[in-house]
Design a protein. Structure first.
Ligand SMILES: *Cc1c(COP(=O)(O)O)cnc(C)c1O
Length: 410
């Protein structure tokens, strides 16, 4: 059976008539830069993520870049981010001339390891960028506490986590800025590139708005050197058609995740990421997290480990990411699934601290064992809302076949 990793067309074609009329509305409006369509979406996203200000931008990457520019991050500054993330998080740091400093990951939630974060803070640290990877919040209480203690700012990279919750709050609303993406494969997928920068700080919102249009106010009088980071009104209008359905998309992703977890956990040799391996603090943030070691990660029983979510998190399941231990086993599983028509992806095969471009800039190269291991073990399977029960059962059945075929030593 054919089960793609993602099927954007089915979600969008279901709204074809409304999307066409949104296009026609923009076409006839004659306004093709910013304006009421963008302002409307900004208001709706601000409400969804429970913040005062939202600024529509050209991509998730540009949202992060704009936040760094608005916070005045530049040469001589260090910015801390997880090494196990999409490139944009780290790339933006380098683009403003600052030095990315990489932090290891928690093998349970895949997010930054807060103990390693503490170790990486120096007098040069200006900002921390936690990433809410795969739709689950990073340990924000610990991040904010560290930031306050050292007087540094926080930008949440929430590109994969629109609407996700952390201890009753929405991600993106906790740090100084939150950055969202509407890249087609994100949970609210647009029709091209788009993003949103959010903040509760009036002055930062004002500065980011100026920087979005070359830092000018009034027109042709430039207070700052900004750029062109504007969201198109056409993009805003089309996203506005999808937004009323967003809650339903998320509920379906959550249902798919529970169904996977319920059924896959019954297969012998399949385990859950255990809290004992966690480097994140539990509900009382005082706890000193355990060190990540190869020994702590090794789980002799389970060879296929399901993703877990902490009780205080409300993840939106941008990805459902398995870990497959054993040399070469992840790649073997990927091929096994591909041969049977099941699409998967490796998010991400190379952590940032091992990327050529950063070693040339004098960043990275250190020993970050958990992230290095995640990069070898992770495999994301289809989780999109429109998956049919038959398709999910096919994925589960194929994973079971792989387990049965697994050699005894692997
Ligand atoms: C997608 C993504 C981005 C960048 O968003 P774009 O809209 O593609 O520029 C940044 N960070 C993370 C973690 C992402 O997944």
């Amino acid at each position: 059976m054919n089960v793609p990793l993602l099927d954007l067309k089915s979600q969008n074609l279901a709204l074809e008539a409304e999307l066409n009329s949104a296009f026609t509305r923009v076409l006839r409006s004659g306004q093709y830069i910013l304006g009421p369509e963008v302002m409307k979406l900004e208001g709706e996203i601000a409400r969804l993520v429970e913040v005062k200000h939202a600024i529509g931008v050209s991509s998730g990457t540009d949202a992060i870049l704009l936040a760094l520019m608005a916070l005045g991050v530049g040469p001589g500054d260090e910015v801390i981010c997880p090494t196990f993330t999409f490139f944009a998080t780290a790339g933006c740091i380098a683009r403003v001339g600052a030095k990315p400093v990489f932090v290891d990951s928690c093998p349970v939630c895949f997010n930054l390891d807060v103990a390693d974060l503490e170790r990486k803070i120096t007098p040069r640290t200006k900002t921390i960028i936690p990433v809410h990877l795969f739709g689950q919040a990073a340990e924000m209480d610990a991040v904010m506490a560290a930031a306050q203690r050292h007087g540094v700012t926080v930008i949440e990279d929430a590109a994969q986590a629109l609407g996700a919750g952390y201890r009753g709050r929405k991600v993106g609303s906790i740090g100084h800025f939150g950055a969202f993406s509407f890249f087609p494969s994100k949970n609210l997928g647009g029709f091209g590139d788009g993003g949103m920068l959010v903040t509760n700080d009036e002055a930062l919102a004002e500065k980011a708005r100026l920087l979005r249009t070359h830092g000018s106010k009034p027109k042709y009088y430039h207070k700052y050197v900004g750029g062109n980071f504007r969201m198109d009104p056409l993009q805003a209008a089309l996203l506005g058609v999808k937004l009323p359905h967003y809650h339903e998309y998320t509920q379906k992703r959550k249902a798919n995740a529970s169904y996977y977890t319920d059924n896959l956990s019954k297969i012998p040799g399949v385990g859950m990421a255990s809290a004992a391996q966690s480097k994140c603090p539990p509900a009382n943030a005082q706890h000193a997290p355990s060190e990540c070691s190869e020994a702590a990660l090794a789980e002799p029983e389970a060879k296929l480990i399901l993703p877990g979510a902490y009780a205080w998190n409300d993840p939106i399941w941008n990805q459902y990411t398995l870990r497959i231990s054993g040399e070469g086993r992840r790649d073997a599983l990927k091929s096994f699934l591909a041969e049977r028509g099941i699409g998967t992806e490796i998010y991400y095969p190379v952590p940032m601290h091992l990327q050529e471009c950063f070693s040339r800039l004098g960043s990275g190269g250190e020993f970050l064992p958990c992230a290095a291991r995640l990069a070898k073990e992770c495999l994301s399977i289809p989780i999109f809302p429109e998956l049919s029960r038959i398709q999910i059962d096919a994925v589960i059945g194929t994973l079971q076949q792989f387990r049965l075929q697994a050699p005894a030593h692997a």
